[in-house]
Design a protein around this ligand. Structure first.
Ligand SMILES: Cc1cc2nc3c(=O)[nH]c(=O)nc-3n(C[C@H](O)[C@H](O)[C@H](O)COP(=O)(O)O)c2cc1C
Length: 426
């Protein structure tokens, strides 16, 4: 096992990846050791019903902290008990059990290198919450999910004005609480088809009041959230947003509006844009893209290169990176400041150390299958496989990349029971 060692990161910049391991000042919010950004991945490790961080979270993040990323994001933390994305989500609404959130930040601080930051991702799922968990979901407009998802997701009702204001306050309150608990920053999840992403899309948001109807109105919810968060946390706390480059959906949020959004938010005190894409109806973030895009590893790098011309705010691009060469090249092009990693870090929590030590480093991620597509889809085997790896680390064990598809099915039924067969997330 790699031992924790405090060291001067400047001395450890390897010849084969000088850009990737170059320390970086995040918009005046502190210098981080390298450009490796652990993207948010829902841990689903909270006990169902209490929705609190626990020992499993602390163990998991200690493990990742030893790996040496520049910035680490938590999985999405919910801001409203009546709107969870998944049964095992962490929820942060108020100061009850505040000590658990302090302990989570402490677990990372005590373990991580001093130049690693730990940010909390906040989310509201809107209509992307399965009907067994949320039978009456809300959304900007009463538009149900399609693509066969209507079987698993209840049709939403349109939010009322006071509910929109309430959600804005909740994002801001949870941000302030994360700051008080000792975290280094917060990220607002505006991607992947969740509530904020629903507001941004002209297909998902068909409101005719001040929250819909034109791009400015559709952005209003997010802009108000950023303003309220800043008002609550002050100037020194890091504020990031995870945005879609596109929803890849006809009539939905596309790249031109995404560029405009980035320009607008650059004037709203955002410290870092993380770029992703897709939603439950078209999960581009997990590689539902052309083969050629998947092969070149960086799914959204071209978008970032264009976004770069529109903003001076730091950028992270997440999705598809597997080799140290592609990571280094992405940062070297200047299109992105950080390389966001999800699945590879569930299989190799020491990825930054390994990538620094080996110029040929590659961490491939597979798509496990039982051979029965309908079972794979029903149990969301792909996601379940990575959740299982996360769960193993939460229980103090090593990831097991070699775990079979059937073992994954077993593990997920053991931990979730019948919920395993009810779509949990994309
Ligand atoms: C198990 C799992 C859980 C995820 N949970 C979240 C989440 O809570 N918030 C989020 O923004 N993205 C989430 N994602 C998406 C990742 O952050 C990332 O965008 C995606 O995995 C693509 O990056 P990769 O190719 O490096 O895995 C999740 C992905 C996986 C595999």
């Amino acid at each position: 096992m790699l031992k924790k060692q405090k060291y001067d990161s400047a001395k450890t910049v390897p010849d084969h990846a000088p850009n990737l391991f170059n320390p970086f000042d995040v918009n005046g919010k502190g210098t981080v050791r390298n450009r490796i950004f652990k993207a948010a991945m829902s841990e689903v490790l909270a006990d169902i019903g209490d929705n609190l961080p626990n020992e499993k979270h602390y163990r998991l993040y200690r493990r990742w902290a030893r790996g040496g990323c520049g910035i680490m994001l938590s999985g999405n933390v919910m801001i409203d008990k009546s709107a969870l994305a998944e049964p095992g989500n962490v929820l942060l609404e108020d100061k009850s059990h505040f000590d658990r959130f302090v302990a989570w930040a402490d677990a990372v601080r005590e373990t991580a290198y001093p130049d690693t930051q730990f940010w909390m991702q906040l989310n509201h799922p809107g209509k992307q919450t399965n009907k067994f968990l949320t039978p009456h979901p809300v959304a900007p407009s009463a538009i149900p999910l399609r693509q066969g998802l209507e079987k698993m997701f209840a049709p939403p009702r349109a939010m009322e004005g006071h509910e929109i204001h309430d959600a804005i306050k909740r994002f801001a309150t949870a941000s302030r609480l994360s700051q008080e608990a000792g975290w280094d920053g917060v990220q607002i999840h505006c991607a992947h088809g969740y509530l904020i992403s629903q507001f941004l899309s002209s297909y998902q948001n068909q409101r005719t009041d001040e929250w819909g109807g034109n791009p400015e109105n559709r952005r209003r919810f997010l802009v108000e959230i950023c303003r309220e968060v800043r008002a609550q946390v002050g100037e020194t706390y890091a504020l990031s947003v995870k945005v879609n480059s596109s929803d890849f959906q006809k009539g939905g949020f596309g790249d031109e509006e995404a560029y405009e959004l980035i320009e607008v938010l650059s004037g709203e005190g955002v410290d870092l844009f993380e770029i992703s894409g897709g939603n439950y109806e078209g999960p581009a973030m997990l590689g539902a893209l052309h083969d050629s895009t998947r092969k070149r590893e960086a799914y959204f790098l071209e978008f970032a290169a264009e976004a770069r011309k529109r903003t001076n705010v730091p950028i992270a691009v997440t999705g598809g990176f597997r080799s140290v060469k592609a990571m280094e090249d992405a940062v070297a092009t200047g299109a992105t400041d950080f390389v966001g990693l999800g699945r590879p870090l569930t299989l190799d929590p020491d990825l930054p150390h390994h990538a620094a030590a080996d110029d040929g480093y590659v961490r491939d991620v597979g798509s496990p299958t039982t051979g029965f597509k309908s079972l794979d889809d029903m149990i969301m085997l792909d996601g379940a496989y990575y959740e299982t790896q996360i769960g193993l680390m939460g229980r103090g064990k090593k990831p097991k990349p070699e775990i079979s598809a059937w073992r994954t099915v077993w593990e997920i039924i053991m931990s979730l029971g019948m919920m395993a067969f009810k779509k949990r997330r994309a």
